[in-house]
Design a protein around this ligand. Structure first.
Ligand code: NIG
Ligand code: FE
Length: 415
């Protein structure tokens, strides 16, 4: 008599479990060679060496991984993937000599995406955004965070967040939404940033929360965006509603944003090129994830590196994300972001993979259920035709993903 009933089992796999604290292989991948993995009710029911697999007559489906590597499905924990229009015209203008300031003075930059996003119908916005998400999925992504922030009025922010929810209902991917009302100052409030923050706190956030559209709250704390005092007002309102916070912090200058978001028990502080030691200590104490966005660094030709060594030494968990957006990171490849995290920021390939699995899960408040191959966690995993896990960060432009299983079910990988 069998003591286990499983819905499916995968045999002949190499596993990179990415489990917490399991560095016994010294590589940081939690490797299990000649491994197997079983699934029941959408959850990982067994994982280990195939030779230790209990015999089980009642497994409904047996899959042969044919020696493929299996990792947790990847997680993109910072995107602005729902938007209309694009800004290749600005990209081209800059390369023909225009400055960022010239472009902004002509109404370009974030506000040009706001105009296009406001004008797009909900269906148009959905149809523009869906293929971008499919491209991420084609590379083994199973969870994505999607921010608002190109609407900047109640109706347009609601439209963006509804599109984000609809993506999660249409595709088998898990979507976490983030309200980023405090992204830029909309034209209706020009010269009245405090008035706009009042509107964000008193009208937009409560309404969108009521509508069930908000899983977390973000802001852009920067000299060209909102001050720490304005940011803190948004955080206080989020806390009153019981919503977790995160922050675009220290991207262009040190504003003390990382300390501020840590003070609010924030899930993550993101970008961090100008992060100083006080911010690192505060993040360590609060267990706030450092989300690194190397493609925005690349695209803006930034030269100031985030303090990777200091974050590593302090033991601050580091995530890696695409920051997919039309202005500073038109990127729909999380593998490319991992490559850039290694080449530009000198993460090790194991750190880059932890950054798109275990630590990215933590950055979304999903550490208990996602980002590791561990019994009891959701059966979200990707199969790869690679020689070793470092290949995921090593290759550029290759897509070695040969399978994606989400909630225990084999899914279409799009494109
Ligand atoms: O994460 N830093 C602010 N926001 C985005 C860029 C948005 C845009 O330029 O459209 C970012 O880089
Ligand atoms: Fe961003």
């Amino acid at each position: 008599m069998s003591t286990h009933t499983w819905d499916a089992v995968w045999l002949n796999a190499q596993l990179a479990t990415m489990t917490d604290g399991d560095n016994s292989d010294n590589g940081g991948y939690g490797e299990i060679s000649d491994g197997a993995l079983a699934v029941k009710d959408g959850v990982i029911a067994w994982v280990g060496k195939q030779s230790d697999l209990p015999t089980n007559d009642q497994t409904l489906a047996t899959h042969d991984a044919n020696g493929a590597w299996i990792t947790p499905a990847l997680i993109d924990c910072h995107t602005h993937i729902v938007y209309a229009g694009n800004r290749s015209n600005e990209f081209e203008a800059r390369l023909n000599g225009a400055t960022y300031a010239d472009i902004a003075a002509q109404g370009g930059g974030i506000l040009s995406t706001v105009r296009a996003t406001r004008m797009a119908s909900e269906d148009e916005l959905f149809n523009l955004s869906l293929p971008r998400v499919r491209r991420l999925m084609s590379e083994g992504v199973g969870v994505i965070e999607i921010k608002s922030g190109y609407g900047l009025d109640l109706d347009s922010e609601a439209k963006m967040l509804r599109v984000a929810r609809r993506i999660g209902e249409t595709l088998p991917i898990t979507v976490k939404t983030t309200f980023l009302g405090a992204h830029a100052l909309p034209p209706e409030f020009s010269d009245n940033a405090d008035g706009y923050i009042d509107h964000v706190c008193d009208v937009m956030l409560p309404n969108l929360f009521q509508a069930g559209l908000v899983d977390a709250v973000d802001a852009f704390c920067e000299h060209i965006a909102f001050s720490p005092i304005q940011t803190e007002r948004v955080f206080a309102r989020a806390r009153a509603l019981g919503l977790p916070v995160k922050l675009h912090a220290e991207q262009l200058s040190d504003q003390g944003g990382a300390s501020l978001v840590a003070q609010y028990g924030g899930l993550s502080a993101d970008h961090l090129e100008y992060l100083l030691s006080a911010g690192i200590a505060a993040m360590r104490r609060a267990n706030t994830v450092a989300t690194l966005l190397p493609s925005a660094f690349y695209y803006l030709r930034e030269t100031k590196l985030p303090p990777i060594d200091a974050l590593r030494t302090a033991g601050v968990p580091m995530a890696v994300a695409t920051d997919c957006n039309p202005g500073t990171s038109p990127l729909t490849s999380l593998l490319m972001a991992m490559n850039m995290a290694c080449t530009l920021f000198k993460l090790t390939p194991a750190e880059a993979l932890a950054g798109t699995t275990r630590h990215a899960a933590q950055a979304l408040g999903l550490a208990h259920s996602h980002g590791q191959l561990r019994v009891g966690m959701r059966a979200d995993f990707a199969l790869w035709d690679i020689t070793r896990p470092a290949d995921l960060s090593y290759a550029m432009g290759a897509n070695p993903c040969v399978g994606l299983v989400l909630g225990g079910a084999d899914v279409e990988r799009g494109v």
